[in-house]
Write a protein that binds this ligand. Sequence first.
Ligand code: PAF
Length: 282
Amino acid sequence: MMGPEVCTSLSILPARLDEFRREGKKIALVPTMGALHEGHLRVVKLARASADRTVVSIFVNPAQFSDPKDLERYPRTLKEDVALLATVGTAMVFAPPAEEIYPPHFQSWVNVEQLGKRYEEAARPGHFRGVATVVSMLLNIIRPTIAVFGEKDFQQLRVIEQMAADLKLPTNIVRAPIVREDDGLAMSSRNRRLSAEGRRAAAVLSRGLHIARDARVGGEQRASALKEMALDVIRSEQRVAVDYLEVADETTLDPLNMVEKPARMLVAAVVDGVRLIDNIAL
Ligand code: PAF
């Protein structure tokens, strides 16, 4: 399989994309921050299956990091990422420098008022403003027919779906299912920062979620009971400090007392100083 073309500047990208469009090719975008793993590759495969040309953006977006140390520590592995993408048939990698995305005097931001103001936002103020702004820029630059986002970052996915609907963006936002390791841990670029012991302990998050899901399938509708079951499992690991665990409406993400419509259990926890998130449909 041929390796992807790597485009590191905004100036030449539109012309290359216009060539795809002139050839009548349908473009899919997979936005990432790099440090790619099997989870990302599955998203790319899903994108490829629904479009003719897949563009993967790799941009560690400074605007979505509230902690400068977290931004500094974020792995940057462009060469390895491009090699991995070559194995799944990516047409183009777009990896712009931060100065092109946020030039001096940049001052326009996208705020998704309700969905972007809870859960993750409490721990990472300004996070979703940064995500919504950079994603809207990427959609404007690349103008893909579809853009694919993983369900692992479920609140992010809902923020982006809402933004695309509210701003009448022409791109269709597509969901990609969570990809899990053999022990259930949701794949994430952050997992590589866990110690061996932390990595083993982190699997308790998905175990807790699955136990709650099984109870829901078995007929339990009380959110408090479902949360207690999940927390009992998760708290059995002392290395795992739960930040929040909530049962939320699938669309609004409002907390629920009773699960009588589609819902998600959302969890965030810190393991070895690494913040991990996961979720499951109930
Ligand atoms: O999920 C991510 O990797 C990022 O938040 C995204 C969507 C690429 C925006 O920077």
